[in-house]
Design a protein around this ligand. Structure first.
Ligand code: AMX
Length: 432
């Protein structure tokens, strides 16, 4: 069986030729136009970059290399004890475009186990931060602190050909992904559990071992991590964490600098931090309505009160999606299977039934449907992980797989420094 790196090495020259041909022979073809509204408005919908690993359809949701989440739940290899896909399999798919076999996945698991030890000095860097430092700050610091490990930087200094860049970016990617669970678990343990490290279990898969190092040794939590880390991995190229990683990477900054940039973007409340905001709102709903599972009627008036006071309903709406997020549905199915009677899940479930109709009647949100963040928090709460500030770190560990797979391809295709043109309002006034 060819290794993951050999499979990639075989794919790259052919795809490089295809892309070179497209750029050379069709480079002048127009793929879109940009309006003043888009230039001021966060570049929404501007077609201006290429990302191979996944594509987001407004109605259907995410497809990873052409496959939907329900398809992958069936097609990706699973752990012996479980039913959820192994994230190593998704990583193999994102990187190569091929659905992996059990052996392909076992190779990634073994590689990540072998490379998974966090350098001692990273613990010291984290220990120098006050314990109340936000977990996302610690994640970013812990990633960038490992930058001296970069194989790419060492080889670049020695002088390598451009065609080899991807190989050392791949090595850095494998090392960093292998160590992320140990880093994230230490952040959790030092922030919330007195700093006692739980050593890795070499018998477990990447997500199962992560659950173990976090201190959650139940089958349900291992399964939750396998699902969670699979479905949050990628959301095409324009979202902030993907775009920031790609942008910084385009300067030939190594994966440590690039991923830290992506994680700094994920830390914003309009991006990865939304999941903790949603959970806060649901807990607030429960408290305000006197505890337990409030009736549909009570929840309905609470939702209207929130809207009438000029606030948004967290967990609903999306910049691109126009239907229920399939990641939400995967999480809902997990809850229905494992924790149907959980009180917070029942609140989420009632909101699932009543909020879209209310938002449609309210008439503002372009997408009245549920997004992924409406659900993830209650799954973690049910399993005893009550520290909301940590949730975005889990998102980050997963997202690293997608954005770093893309960075390997950026290097493989020799994509150039990113440098769009900005305009001044003075200039805009001259053209209106
Ligand atoms: N509740 C109430 N009003 C909403 C709404 C919601 N959930 N979602 C959108 N709207 C309102 C907007 O505030 C806006 O009002 P305005 O015209 O008075 O400014 C109007 O509907 C049009 O907005 P939009 O084009 O539908 O949304 P957007 O692309 O500008 O923003 C998003 C998308 C996700 C920020 C927005 O839907 C929102 O704030 N949702 C709630 C927060 C949330 O769930 N965030 C997580 C998003 C998922 C993720 O990326 N992690």
């Amino acid at each position: 069986m060819p290794t993951l790196k050999e499979t990639l090495a075989a794919r790259i020259p052919k795809f490089r030729r295809e892309v070179d041909d497209i750029r050379h022979n069709h480079g002048e073809k127009v793929i879109g136009e940009v309006t003043i509204a888009q230039a001021y408005g966060g570049m929404r919908g501007v077609k201006s970059m290429v990302t191979e690993t996944s594509a987001l359809d407004p109605n259907e949701g995410i497809r990873f290399r052409g496959h939907t989440i329900p398809e992958l739940q069936k097609a990706l290899p699973r752990a012996a004890e479980g039913e959820e896909p192994l994230p190593e399999g998704l990583f193999y798919l994102l990187l190569t475009g091929d659905l992996p076999t059990e052996e392909n996945v076992a190779e990634v698991t073994a590689e990540w186990q072998a490379r998974g030890t966090l350098p001692e000095y990273v613990y010291k860097v984290l220990d120098a931060l006050p314990p109340q430092t936000h977990p996302m700050t610690q994640l970013s610091a812990g990633i960038v602190a490992q930058q001296p490990e970069s194989v790419f930087v060492r080889r670049y200094r020695e002088g390598i050909s451009k065609s080899e860049y991807w190989e050392y970016t791949f090595e850095d990617t494998m090392n960093l992904l292998a160590r992320l669970p140990a880093l994230a678990a230490y952040i959790y343990r030092r922030t919330y559990k007195g700093g006692k490290i739980i050593p890795a279990d070499p018998e477990l898969d990447w997500a199962g071992n992560f659950a173990h190092m976090l201190g959650y040794d139940t089958r349900m939590f291992r399964e939750l991590m396998r699902l969670y880390l699979t479905i949050h991995a990628d959301h095409e190229g324009g979202n902030v964490s993907a775009h920031a990683t790609h942008l910084v990477g385009s300067t030939l900054s190594d994966v440590y600098y690039s991923l830290a940039a992506g994680m700094n973007g994920l830390a914003g409340p309009l991006h990865g931090l939304a999941n903790q905001e949603v959970l806060r709102w649901i807990l607030h709903v429960r408290e305000e309505l006197g505890g337990g599972v409030p009736s549909r009627q009570k929840l309905s008036s609470f939702v209207w009160d929130t809207l009438n006071s000029g606030r948004v309903i967290p967990g609903y709406g999306h910049a691109v999606l126009r239907k229920t997020d399939p990641r939400y549905m995967a999480e809902r199915e997990f809850a229905l299977k494992h924790m149907p009677d959980d009180e917070l899940f029942r609140i989420v479930s009632t909101l699932y039934e009543i909020v879209p109709a209310i938002l449609i009647e309210h008439g503002k949100a372009k997408n009245p449907w549920h997004n992924v963040d409406a659900h993830s928090g209650v799954l973690l709460m049910h399993n005893g992980m009550v520290e909301h500030d940590f949730y975005t770190v889990l998102f980050g560990v997963s997202r690293a797989m997608g954005v770093l797979s893309s960075l390997v391809w950026d290097r493989a295709l020799g994509l150039p420094l990113e440098r769009p043109k900005s305009l001044t309002t003075e200039y805009i006034k001259t053209i209106i």
